[in-house]
Design a protein around this ligand. Structure first.
Ligand code: GLU
Length: 516
């Protein structure tokens, strides 16, 4: 006979906390609250597919600058006069890529693999070798349509991160009411460390591997951190090259340049969406954005466009930071001048640091700046509980994906700091991606005014539904109908957004049923 212990259940192991489990906390909370169908919950709790694969590419020869101490032993090395400076491509880390026949015809003086350039620095000549990169595509859910979401090129990526970001796309596409599911992927590399032609080779090889997993009606990538319209163009070319119906494949990626099938207004769409939400937040309170002050974390695609648009609405940017530091101007930073400064090709790091119209402050002091609004528009997990305790703002509009940790969320609630959660605040990007995809399918071209108008309506309509869910205020207006989504009690805004997403996704499963 089995002893009694045999039947005692072992204590459940405490699950390891990861980026994904953290991101799913709000999912679990909202799912409990609305009594989400058990099987739907199981479907959504883990991604449909998690692809990991590898991409190889041949790198170019490069010149790596020596540190001053290292360069001492080359004190008498003569200068190499370069005849073809166009062949040298300088990267943000100071390395030089040798494109084409960069040094051909130059008076090359090499000693032990080192040479001195006219800039006075000694460089080590590192021959280009082949390199392998780890790549990912997580396809989280397709109940509402093809998988959709960006491709991130960044050194700190992982399966765990991409699972969280892919799930977030599933919620976001449901909230934006675009007929897509969620996906995300990318490559583990810092794009600033590679030359233009190298990035092209890596990107083409990436698509060569990705091609069997995606398609314009299966899974549609887009830009994310570290990628841009140029990368999208390469992906489109590699996917469609040699295909008989090449032009029917334009919708394989969104976020393309407008000259090759991209949509007007896509570049600024995420920042524009953030601004529409903030505008509606104040309109609801009978106030306006005019005269408000804001602080910005990150000055990439999302941050810079949000800043320009909020600036045009009459708000003042007081401080902004990026990976290299923080700048501040109590009278307001001239956002257009800052955007021009960052875009200047001479600004290799694309950094806000050194901008003449502001003073440099300690990087972490960004969080202490008193302002009406904070727009985090950089990477995830930046607003921790400690940061949340320090903040001197009244509203946070999340331009980034997952910028706030669950602990920080609780602090913000306790402190009464209001929140426009990421899955509505930054949904403008994927919304205009949908417009681009329709235009590609129909071979149409919409004007910027038309895109903006549609985006404004979509953002405000869905944001109002979320506010109504949060306040438990079911109602129907000319613009929106929140009656099917309110749950009979008030909830915080992040939970309200998740409820809207889950109810829309659940409807697909409940109405269509499950295939066997
Ligand atoms: N990467 C963007 C996001 O996180 C855009 C995704 C898309 O347009 O598919 O929402």
């Amino acid at each position: 006979m089995a002893s009694e212990e045999t039947f005692m259940r072992a204590p459940a192991p405490t699950p390891k906390r990861t980026i994904y489990t953290e991101a799913m906390e709000i999912f679990n909370f909202a799912a409990d609250l609305i009594g989400l169908d058990k099987r739907v919950r199981l479907e959504l709790e883990e991604p449909d597919y998690e692809h990991i694969f590898y991409v190889t590419a041949k790198l170019k020869d490069r010149l790596v600058p020596l540190l001053p101490e290292e360069a001492k032993s080359f004190a008498d090395l003569p200068v190499t006069q370069v005849r073809n400076p166009d062949g040298l491509e300088r990267l943000a880390n100071g390395n030089l890529i040798l494109n084409g026949r960069a040094l051909l015809g130059s008076d090359v003086a090499i000693r032990h693999g080192h040479l001195r350039l006219p800039d006075g620095h000694v460089y080590q000549l590192v021959p280009g070798e082949s390199q392998r990169f780890k790549a990912y595509r997580v396809q989280h859910n397709q109940a509402r349509g093809p998988y959709k979401g960006g491709l991130r090129y960044h050194r700190e990526v992982s399966l765990d991160l991409f699972k969280a970001l892919a799930a977030e796309m599933t919620w976001k596409t449901a909230i934006a009411e675009v007929p897509f599911g969620g996906g995300k992927g990318g490559i583990q590399l810092d794009p600033r460390e590679y030359g233009r032609e190298e990035l092209e080779a890596i990107t083409l090889r990436f698509m060569y591997r990705l091609k069997s997993l995606i398609g314009p009606n299966i899974d549609i990538p887009a830009p994310d951190v570290g990628t841009n319209p140029e990368i999208m163009a390469l992906l489109y070319r590699q996917f469609s090259d040699g295909e008989r119906e090449r032009h029917n494949l334009r919708g394989i990626v969104t976020g393309k340049d407008v000259r090759i099938g991209g949509s007007e207004g896509r570049g600024k769409a995420t920042g524009q969406g953030v601004a529409f939400c903030i505008e509606d937040y104040y309109a609801d309170r009978g106030e306006s954005v005019k005269g408000k002050t804001f602080v910005l974390q990150g000055f990439g695609n999302v941050g810079s466009h949000a800043a320009i648009i909020l600036g045009n609405m009459g708000a003042r940017l007081l401080a902004v930071n990026d990976a290299d530091g923080t700048i501040f101007n109590g009278d307001g930073i001239d956002v257009n001048a800052l955007a021009a400064y960052v875009a200047d090709p001479k600004n290799l790091k694309r950094s806000v640091i050194g901008f003449p119209g502001a003073q440099r402050i300690e990087k972490k002091d960004l969080w202490d700046v008193q302002a009406d609004i904070l727009v985090p528009a950089a990477l995830g997990g930046e607003i921790t509980a400690d940061v949340a305790e320090r903040l001197k703002v009244k509203l946070i509009a999340e331009g980034a994906n997952g910028p706030t940790t669950p602990e920080a969320d609780r602090v913000l609630q306790k402190r009464g700091i209001e929140l426009i959660p990421d899955i509505i605040a930054n949904a403008g990007g994927v919304t205009v991606s949908y417009y681009e995809w329709i235009q590609n399918k129909r071979m149409e071209r919409w004007s910027e005014a038309e895109v903006d108008q549609r985006l404004e309506r979509a953002m405000k309509r869905n944001y109002r539904i979320i506010r109504d869910i949060s306040r438990n205020q079911p109602r129907k207006t000319e613009m929106h109908d929140s009656r099917p989504y309110c749950i009979g009690r008030t909830v915080d805004s992040r939970c309200a957004a998740m409820i809207l997403a889950l109810k829309r996704i659940e409807a697909h499963y409940l109405l269509e049923g499950f295939s066997q």
